[in-house]
Design a binder for this molecule. Structure first.
Ligand SMILES: [Zn+2]
Length: 380
């Protein structure tokens, strides 16, 4: 508190007990101004703004976007129709998912709502506004930019699909702090008269809740995505800073950028061939293609120890909900892909992508033994 001017102090001191009591009772009443409920109101309003934004974009424009994991965050705009199936037997969720769920479980309801809204908002920026015509910064501090640039360039040359128009963009929580970028994002679907206020509110909330760390909390961007040609924003891979932070924390730092991009680009391989499996092979296929890429002499050409680390990363994102494959299944899919590279008579030959898809679809039933329950679990 600023010091009172000397003369005023004297006057107050002389004013007697009654006045002092009045001041004393007035202070708590003033301090009890409802600051927390203001944050709640802000978050509630922002949440509604983001729901309305998503409501203003045709669902078909957002269809087909594939996420790396079922993140505990970011449910606005996502299909909620898939009732969770009974968990796979003898399955322990991967370490990365366990970690993410733990982080999310520590949030208060208001914080959770803010994460949902802001994560969904930032994701829409990455999909609908961001472009790799501007230099992209990967990792919260740009520490992964050169690796990401190098990996996408190798991937474009590796697979025989149309590649020049597959964009690679960074999904950054710190973009939420830019009112200009958020106004562009809200402009995608919110009523024009509301855009400016909504963008300002996103910025306000980002700094109002300390847990958001001004956009640097990994939970805001704890995922990676691949989007097909006919989705809005067109063909693109989006790589979240949060997934890079967390894979780093869990010890996968030296393989995460290339492995995750290898997987996401694998979705582009499937998209290019209209291969949209309605079972876990939709996720395990890209794990396998990614494995092939990291182990191949013309890909990353990683040694066996590093290849093994990739399969452990695959396992860390496995779930037990028949969604993306269990840890064991994802690990096996990645290892199968790696074996296709290391077992080739000519290490420099790259199997055509169409052939790789066929080979994996043949292998897939061995990785996931078909059961009656399995057949019923194909999700839309
Ligand atoms: Zn995926």
């Amino acid at each position: 508190m600023p010091k009172l001017p000397r003369s005023l102090s004297r006057t107050l001191a002389a004013a007697g007990t009654l006045c002092a009591l009045t001041v004393a009772t007035a202070v708590p009443a003033f301090a009890a101004e409802p600051a927390p409920s203001t944050v709640e109101q802000d978050v509630t309003q922002l949440y509604q703004d983001v729901i309305d934004l998503y409501g203003g974009i045709p669902a078909s424009a957002r269809a087909g976007v594939d996420s790396l994991i079922d993140s505990p965050i970011d449910h606005i705009g996502r299909k909620q129709g898939n009732a969770k199936q009974a968990p796979a037997a003898d399955c322990t969720e991967g370490s990365l998912l366990t970690y993410a769920n733990q982080l999310a479980s520590q949030l208060t309801p208001v914080e959770g709502q803010a994460f949902d809204a802001l994560s969904a908002l930032g994701q829409l920026y990455a999909q609908g506004v961001a472009t790799d015509k501007q230099p992209q910064v990967f990792g919260t501090d740009g520490q992964y930019s050169s690796r990401a640039t190098s990996a996408i360039s190798k991937l474009r040359g590796f697979w025989d699909i149309e590649s020049w128009n597959v964009q690679l963009v960074a999904w950054k929580g710190t973009d939420l702090g830019s009112p200009t970028k958020m106004a562009q994002t809200f402009g995608l679907g919110l009523a024009p008269a509301r855009v400016k206020d909504a963008a300002a509110l996103a910025n306000k909330v980002l700094f109002e809740l300390p847990v958001l760390q001004g956009g640097r909390n990994a939970l805001l961007t704890l995922n990676a995505f691949s989007a097909p040609a006919d989705s809005f924003g067109g063909k693109r891979v989006m790589l979240g800073d949060g997934i890079l932070d967390v894979t780093n924390l869990l010890g996968f730092d030296d393989v995460a950028v290339e492995a995750v991009l290898g997987h996401e680009y694998g979705h582009q391989v499937d998209f290019a061939h209209d291969n949209f499996p309605r079972n876990e092979s939709g996720e395990m296929g890209p794990d396998a293609y990614g494995g092939y890429f990291v182990a191949h002499a013309k890909g990353e050409a990683w040694d066996s120890r590093t290849q093994q680390e990739v399969t452990y990363l695959n396992a860390s994102i496995g779930d037990c909900q028949h969604s993306h494959g269990t840890p064991d299944q994802r690990k096996a899919a990645g290892a199968w892909g790696e074996k296709q590279a290391t077992g080739q008579a000519n290490p420099n030959r790259i199997v055509p992508s169409a052939t790789m898809i066929t080979k994996f679809q043949k292998e897939y039933p061995k990785l996931v033994p078909p059961t009656a329950a399995q057949a019923a679990l194909a999700h839309s």
